[in-house]
Ligand binder design. Structure first.
Ligand code: FE2
Length: 253
């Protein structure tokens, strides 16, 4: 999975950062599928293999939010989270499980599916599960502000200043036509602002995602109606979790 964060990394980060009581699971982890095989005695192998197949074929699950659905209000309402997380993200997970049922992909990790799937429904639903899991961690109550430390220095190195970076990210998110994502990504050691269409994501282009903004209409229409710039401003000024982005940067660089 290259430099992208796995669900285990999310969990590790959340624990290290002392995040709230509700922690993310691991992106792409199937319930129960990460347990080691038991035994090791010859007579246990067939039993262990059967168990392994069963556990690896467990469906993907919707990871818990890292905060309460109402925690991002008034910038993003509980109603937005109920629909965006509870309906849209859940639908991607449900569709993904239907598409991999009884197929070789049922034993692959989410990242493996994303990297090997051809354009189409399987890629779209797997990538959207990953994108949304990542996106929820890119926000926190009382977020926003500006990054510090190594990430701040890298932003100033590659964009000139945080203000110029913010301008460029805002422009990328605002001008993305149709549905997609605006990302801060690390590409061969250099920070870049990346626009992706639909479900596309930096991982597919050998880039490491550091922060993302969902600019599909379903991300903001309940709270901001058609005013995408209002949502972008709220994300950057009040919601962005720069500690999460900095942790991603530290792992990726
Ligand atoms: Fe979304």
């Amino acid at each position: 999975m290259g430099k992208e964060l796995s669900r285990r990394d999310f969990l590790t980060y959340s624990l290290a950062a002392g995040a709230g009581a509700v922690l993310f699971g691991m992106p792409g982890c199937r319930s129960g599928g990460d347990q080691p095989l038991s035994g090791g005695k010859d007579k246990d192998v067939s039993v262990a293999m059967a168990r392994d197949e069963k556990e690896n074929a467990m469906p993907f699950t919707l990871p818990p939010l890292p905060y309460d659905k109402a925690a991002l209000a008034p910038h993003l309402s509980a109603e937005t989270l109920e629909y965006h997380y509870g309906k849209h993200h859940q639908a991607y997970v449900t569709n993904l499980n239907k598409l991999i049922a009884d197929k070789p992909e049922a034993k692959k990790s989410l990242e493996e599916i994303i990297m090997t799937a051809a354009p189409g429904g399987l890629f779209n639903n797997a990538a959207q599960d990953w994108n949304h899991t990542f996106y929820w961690s890119c926000m926190k109550p009382n977020g926003g502000g500006e990054p510090a430390g190594d990430l701040r220095a890298a932003i100033e190195r590659d964009f000139g200043s945080f203000a110029k970076f913010k301008e460029q990210l805002t422009a990328a998110a605002t001008t993305l036509f149709g549905s997609g994502w605006a990302w801060l990504a690390l590409d061969d050691g250099k920070l870049k602002i990346v626009q992706t269409k639909d479900a596309d994501l930096p991982m597919k282009h050998n880039q490491a995602a550091l922060l993302t903004m969902d600019v599909w209409e379903h991300a903001y229409y309940i709270d901001c109606r058609n005013a995408r710039p209002k949502y972008i401003e709220a994300f950057l000024d009040h919601l962005a979790d720069w500690d999460f982005a900095a942790a991603n940067f530290a792992k990726a660089k």
